[in-house]
Design a protein around this ligand. Sequence first.
Ligand SMILES: [Zn+2]
Length: 181
Amino acid sequence: MAIKFWQDTSGILTPYFTHWLNKTDFPELWQGIKFIFTFHSPPKKGEAEGTVRAAFARRIGKHEKDLYGYDFEISVCEDIWKKLTEDARSQLCYHELLHCRAELDPAGNPVLDDENRAKVWCDDHDIKLTTFTKEIEKFGLTPADYEVYLLLHQNHDRIRTQVKGEVALGAEDGTKPYAFD
Ligand SMILES: [Zn+2]
């Protein structure tokens, strides 16, 4: 079935995003960027077998920027959104915003294009493992992945709570979690 998209004109998503945009954690990341928040349905498939994506983020190309005036789109799957807890919704919006980054000059000001619009990037996840499951079982982690291990280890209590406690972060059959694309 084809995926349908629509703008969040009813303002369901916007408060969750503005909550994070107005916090001062990373004000420089999102300076001068015009966001459009959209819903879509049904969910897109995740990269891992059997998973679905709760949301995704994308940089808007120049042609669409010219036509519609937005720099960056965050699209949330409505079917999944309805099933998420408030905490999971908040985390999902935070996650998607972290994909978005304004390009800054050395003085920390947004770099503008030739039409005075913020230059924006869509960043990939900053945590990646470069070891195979079978390799870890035989040799352990590679040194390159050790920092990821330390980070996970230091946040062990949180990870355990989320994985164990948040049914709402899991897909319907409870076997695969939703992917935050
Ligand atoms: Zn992501």
